[in-house]
Write a protein of this length. Sequence first.
Length: 134
Amino acid sequence: MSYVVWQEKFRIGIPEVDDDHKMLFDLIDQFHEAYARGSASHDPERVFSVLLAYTDRHFVREEGLMRDAGYGGLAAHVCAHRALRLDVVAFYERFRRGEQAGLCLELLAFLKNWLHFHIMEDDMAFKKVFRPGG
């Protein structure tokens, strides 16, 4: 059973952003599956690295679209993105200090909740004003 599942309600109608969101759902689900199985491939260092790298690329793309569209909520959106990155880095630092018991489950729950809320609230607000082609 999947931990997080992409649903049509998350579609904002910007293909590259929707594709990024689908990939983020998939990355979180892969992380959960590896953790649940106790998989030898479950490498938290790699998970953090991949998650941060992909999230950074997505944020650059999404913020660029917002900037190009003259979106009035861009500053707040950038702050939300930066806060998420800082939170994930804080999880990573806790992991590096040896605080591993329960950390993966805490991170998974945090990411799932954050992604759902961010798409449904923040990204949907952009969807209301986005016009393809500028």
